[in-house]
Design a protein around this ligand. Structure first.
Ligand code: AMP
Length: 180
């Protein structure tokens, strides 16, 4: 598994898909999966920019990862977003014999992501929704990077500012040594 971590608007999906296409791997985004599967009150929470509960994520992602991993490696985007999710993923990776090979940390400032998200205009891309997701990211998701580093999982830090193709090249060059 190759895992992308970065705040909403950093370009995880674009870069995740480019990387997956380069290595011929599947790309799974939990945001996309949830928008396909989740209805009612949980969908409303998503639209406000709130994170769903860890258990709500496991229910959707566990069967999906088990199916996809049968065919080899994969690129994961949008998960984990909390420390319990991060630990759950380490365990699942061992269980399905596709441990986390490396993390790609896409770094972007709040100013840049705000500009990008407002231009994208998804229903949760309001000023309020964006600020909420930035806060969630700083509080719950960023600590995962240091946690994984402490566990000895390689973390690749890449600036998300610049041309998409140049960022992609940088990522591919560094990921090569971790994908056989
Ligand atoms: P994204 O498309 O990655 O920006 O995700 C959209 C929304 O889906 C997020 O704002 C959350 O409400 C929900 N979501 C996606 N992935 C997760 C996750 N790993 N944990 C909790 N909520 C998530």
């Amino acid at each position: 598994m190759i895992v992308f971590i970065g705040v909403a608007g950093a370009g995880k999906s674009v870069q995740g898909k480019l990387l997956a296409d380069h290595f011929g791997l599947p790309w799974i985004s939990t945001g996309e999966l949830l928008r396909m599967f989740i209805a009612g009150e949980r969908r409303q929470r998503m639209l406000k920019g709130e994170l769903l509960k860890d258990e709500e994520l496991y229910e959707v992602i566990d069967p999906m990862l088990k199916v996809v991993c049968k065919y080899g490696e994969l690129v994961l985007d949008g998960f984990p977003r909390t420390i319990p999710q991060a630990n759950w993923l380490v365990e699942l990776g061992e269980e399905i014999k596709h441990p986390i090979r490396c993390i790609i940390h896409l770094e972007a400032s709040e100013e840049i992501v705000k500009k990008r998200l407002l231009a994208r205009g998804r229903p949760d891309d309001t000023e309020e929704g964006i600020s909420e997701r930035f806060r969630e990211y700083e509080k719950n998701t960023k600590p995962i990077i240091y946690h994984y580093e402490e566990l000895g999982i390689p973390v690749i830090h890449v600036s998300a500012e610049g041309k998409e193709s140049e960022i992609s090249e940088k990522i591919i060059t560094q990921v090569k040594s971790y994908v056989s």
